[in-house]
Design a protein around this ligand. Structure first.
Ligand code: MN
Length: 128
């Protein structure tokens, strides 16, 4: 069964790149361009994994992740935070919001898929 990945990202170039790589690898992709829509789609579709940009319009990725992790229906979906700012404390901030992992943008197209696959494998082994 193809795993479904929700990408929440407002930058069209980043969205296109991640979508292209994931579709090529056989994943099914759901898209949201702001945090509010991200939460709505997460609740409606319960994807297998969420890639969450942190800087988003309407609702940022920290708030969206916290809402997703606060809801019984969606709390077990792994959330990987994406942030462009490699600042000290960013990782802690995303983990505090309930995110399970942290990736810095720009993503590396060479190993993006293996990072996602490893994460899905390890997460389902350890936390479900
Ligand atoms: Mn953004």
């Amino acid at each position: 069964m193809n795993e479904r990945i929700l990408i929440v990202e407002d930058n069209k170039k980043n969205m296109y790149l991640m979508k292209f790589i994931l579709l090529s690898a056989g994943f099914l992709v759901l898209e949201a361009e702001d945090g509010q829509k991200g939460v709505e789609i997460a609740m409606a579709e319960v994807p297998d994994l969420i890639l969450m940009d942190m800087q988003l319009p309407l609702m940022d990725g920290y708030e969206a992740s916290a809402l997703i992790k606060a809801d019984e229906k969606t709390r077990n979906i792994p959330v990987i935070a994406l942030t462009a700012y490699a600042m000290k404390g960013d990782r802690e901030k995303t983990l505090a919001a309930g995110c399970d992992e942290y990736l810095e943008k720009p993503i590396d197209p060479e190993n993006f898929v293996s990072v996602i696959q490893d994460f899905l494998r390890n997460y389902s082994a350890s936390e479900r």
